[in-house]
Design a binder for this molecule. Structure first.
Ligand SMILES: Nc1ncnc2c1ncn2[C@@H]1O[C@H](COP(=O)(O)OP(=O)(O)OP(=O)(O)O)[C@@H](O)[C@H]1O
Ligand SMILES: [Mg+2]
Length: 234
């Protein structure tokens, strides 16, 4: 579905992503892990057009993504949530939901109905008139997730969805991801929450200093000597 070929992204002399090649398959749940600063967010930023890699190519189905801007990539069916939630604090929850679809020629009433259905799906319908800034951190993550679904994505990129989220909301989020996966959606999930990542994902890719050092099923990754060394320093 998404093919990443030898992608390199530098910031001055720092190689944040170093010749990463990776294939994301239709309807898979892929985990992306690695220590702080290993390049996970930067790679995700390359996938949705926030950064342009200096080298390498990214294809989504038949489209070359490199020259495209983030909104063009969104329209191809790739949605994204952020490590630091990017909701509009002064807009209501419902207005936040409508922000990604304002350009669509659809009936306003139909879009509002869709937004309400998705808010209900993530358990935030009661808060539709609250301001974004009034939501808790975990609720903001749920709102961002629901908002990402407004554009009917086929591939959903999630950067640290569980960070700072209460266990009950985290469980809810995991179940929503599993449910959407069942419905055919593809996910890439970055997380430092090993237990959730290993439970959720069928395949895990490990980055270290911008380079891919391991790839495999959760049980393989847990036993991989390079990964053990990276996480435990032994
Ligand atoms: N805009 C930027 N300008 C300069 N350096 C950057 C920029 N963004 C990221 N970096 C650097 O690139 C490297 C990779 O950062 P990145 O945010 O991708 O790591 P990460 O794996 O997501 O880490 P974390 O788990 O802490 O979120 C780091 O050394 C970081 O300092
Ligand atoms: Mg990050």
């Amino acid at each position: 579905m998404l093919t990443i070929e030898k992608v390199t992204k530098r910031f001055g002399g720092l190689v944040a992503v170093d010749k990463v090649s990776l294939e994301i398959r239709e309807n898979e749940l892929l985990g992306l892990i690695g220590p702080n600063g290993s390049g996970k967010t930067t790679l995700m930023n390359c996938l949705n057009g926030i950064y342009k890699p200096e080298e390498g190519r990214i294809h989504f189905r038949q489209h070359l993504l490199n020259p495209l801007r983030p909104h063009q990539i969104t329209r191809l069916g790739i949605a994204r949530t952020f490590q630091v939630t990017r909701i509009f604090r002064k807009l209501t929850v419902l207005q936040n939901m409508l922000a990604p679809v304002l350009h669509l020629p659809q009936e306003d009433a139909a879009l509002r109905e869709k937004a309400r259905k998705l808010l209900e799906y993530v358990g935030l319908l009661d808060m539709q008139e609250s301001l974004g800034g009034e939501l808790s951190g975990g609720q903001q993550k749920l709102l961002e997730f629901a908002r990402a679904l407004m554009t009917d994505p086929v591939l959903i990129l999630m950067d640290e969805p569980f960070a700072g989220v209460h266990p009950v909301l985290k469980e809810q989020l995991i179940n929503l991801i599993l449910d959407l996966h069942q419905q055919g959606k593809t996910f890439v999930v970055i997380s430092h929450d090993m237990a959730s990542t290993f439970r959720l994902c069928q395949r895990i890719v490990v980055l270290s200093s911008g380079a891919q050092i391991a790839e495999g099923r959760p049980e393989e990754i847990q036993q991989n000597p390079k990964v053990i060394e990276l996480y435990l320093g032994i």
